[in-house]
Design a binder for this molecule. Structure first.
Ligand code: KIV
Length: 263
């Protein structure tokens, strides 16, 4: 059964915790989809995790669409969310509407995610039939304005501002809101206040759902991992081991052997 935004909202109604994972390519999307992960985010984190950029600022709409199409082809059931990259929506409402439309029309996504309190754009997209996932707290596209990737909402004033933004986003029609890098009690207050699911990353255990970057989950991410991330596998070691074993087999004349050679 294909997951829709209604299913995502229903997780909160049933108090059922759920996960979202990023994916950037076809085989990973297929594996994650078959593992019954209900929501796949084609994050702009593809920039630093897959494309070798220093942060998420440089990634373009064309690159995001390229990865979104691959993920959409691999995700038979999961809801695919395309992440609106830096400057695809900040200059004007019209830019934002056109970029979001491209994610659904050309990328095969089911929804888009937008960083920051883009209240007017969220309302405009929902009105046009484009589901929106909000994203508050640490918003990496604002790394320059924030003076680094910093935990947000540490003062009561900042926490209040986040609460107000979350409330406004849910009233504008966002179907879920990512909460990134904020104290657990602030995320808890937002989660209690808004009627739509919150999905935390570095926001503690009180969120309705949790999201991880797939490279961090698989042990392909930076070492040491950021405090909030957890590796559930060590593919960096495993890939290195396989590459070294192949090279050694070739050097020693063990590969290709008869079993891997045509008559
Ligand atoms: O781009 C991304 O991977 C994200 C998640 C960290 C939520 O925005």
């Amino acid at each position: 059964m294909s997951v829709t935004v209604r299913h995502v909202r229903a997780f909160k109604e049933r108090s059922e915790r759920f996960v979202m994972l990023t994916a950037y390519d076809f085989p990973t999307a297929r594996i994650v989809d078959q593992a019954d992960v209900p929501v796949i985010l084609v994050g702009d984190s593809v920039a630093d995790n897959e494309l070798g950029y220093p942060n998420t600022i440089p990634v373009t709409m064309e690159e995001m669409l390229h990865h979104t199409r691959a993920v959409a082809r691999g995700a038979a059931n999961a809801l695919v969310v395309g992440d609106m990259p830096f400057m695809s929506y900040q200059a004007s409402l019209e830019d934002g509407i056109r970029s979001a439309g491209r994610f659904l029309k050309e990328g095969g996504a089911n929804a888009v995610k937008i960083e920051g309190p883009a209240i007017e754009l969220t309302a405009a997209l929902v009105e046009r039939g484009i589901p929106v996932m909000g994203h508050l707290g640490l918003t990496p596209q604002s790394v320059n304005a924030m003076g680094g990737n910093r935990v947000q909402g540490r003062t009561e004033e900042d926490a209040r501002r986040l609460l107000d933004h979350a409330d406004a986003l849910s009233k504008a029609g966002a179907f879920a809101i990512v909460l990134e890098a904020m104290p657990a009690d602030v995320a808890g207050r937002i989660t209690e206040t808004v009627p739509v699911p919150t999905i935390g990353i570095g926001a503690g255990p009180h969120c309705d759902g949790q999201v991880l970057v797939i490279n961090d989950l698989l042990g392909l991410g930076p070492r040491p991992l950021p405090k909030f991330a957890k590796a559930y596998a060590d593919l960096q070691t495993e890939i290195g081991r396989a590459a070294r074993a192949f090279a050694q087999d070739v050097r020693d004349g063990r590969f290709p052997d008869a079993a891997h050679t045509y008559e």
